[in-house]
Design a protein around this ligand. Structure first.
Ligand SMILES: [Zn+2]
Length: 280
């Protein structure tokens, strides 16, 4: 990526090196976290289970503003780019974009959705409108999932930001209501639709980043490789040796990279309507 001209966002909260006050995850919590990780990103529903166990601790507040170190700067600039892009898209439809806060942490973190753990991968908590990222995940993305590159990392950030966009547009609320009524299989289906929309929205951001001359040759391929690397089928095969499509919560590798590409090619969030699409 070429982010030299991009302002860094100040909506970054640095909790690295702070640890967690008030106890960590019990054994049960760790097991749940590993299952969530296995499923991919955003173990929001799983984390609610842990909320009780985690409550009663002290509230944490990290340093606000763009961190000075290189990875911190990178994350802040990507976040700044998403703010500029979504700010304009919202403005064009007569609305105002309320940007989320990105929390950097290491190991464990307390969120309004419960305790987060780096093994879960990055996640968005609608309760406090913050995205939580342990930068160690980017190393995993490179080494374990073989998806290297700065744009692969930016895609992950843009995907979590997309969940925030879904919250502000009300998609999250609608999905929660439908999820509460549905069977497990229907709930998984809904989750896949939300995740593919987030991938498509990440692509929409990528399209605008391209117009702002922020992409380097090879970036698109990096992003597509990352979307594909964290598909449910690929992850399931890697971790349990078989694929169970009914248990997909994020979509297959093919679906994830295809919807990401769709957003990249169109640049228009209106083309990301996975919620009512007849086929995914
Ligand atoms: Zn997601």
């Amino acid at each position: 990526m070429k982010l030299g001209g991009q302002r860094a966002s100040h909506n970054v909260e640095d909790r690295r090196g702070m640890g967690v006050v008030g106890g960590g995850l019990g054994v049960g919590g760790i097991v749940i976290a590993l299952i969530a990780y296995f499923l991919g990103f955003d173990p929001g529903a799983v984390m609610q289970v842990q909320e009780q166990a985690a409550s009663g601790g002290t509230r944490q507040q990290g340093q606000m503003g763009a961190p000075a170190d290189e990875p911190g700067q990178f994350v802040s600039q990507v976040l700044g780019s998403t703010e500029d892009v979504w700010g304009r898209i919202f403005e064009n439809s007569g609305a105002q974009y309320r940007p989320p806060t990105l929390v950097l942490y290491d190991g464990q973190v307390r969120s309004a959705c419960g305790m987060g753990q780096s093994a879960m991968g990055p996640f968005y908590c609608p309760g406090d409108e913050k995205l939580y990222i342990d930068l160690a995940f980017f190393r995993d993305l490179h080494q374990r999932f073989q998806a290297p590159g700065d744009f692969a990392q930016a895609y992950v950030i843009a995907h979590e930001v997309a969940h925030h966009v879904q919250k502000t547009t009300g998609a999250f609320g609608k999905m929660d209501a439908a999820r509460a009524r549905g069977s497990r299989a229907q709930q998984n289906q809904l989750s896949v639709r939300m995740e593919l929309q987030a991938d498509c929205y990440a692509g929409v951001w990528g399209a605008h980043a391209g117009s702002m001359q922020q992409l380097s040759p090879g970036d698109i391929e990096e992003g597509l490789a990352a979307a594909s690397a964290i598909g449910d089928d690929r992850l399931q095969k890697q971790m349990q040796g078989r694929v169970v499509p009914e248990s997909f919560t994020h979509g297959s590798s093919e679906q994830r990279s295809r919807w990401f590409k769709r957003g990249l090619e169109s640049g228009n969030p209106g083309d990301c309507d996975t919620l009512s699409a007849a086929s995914l």
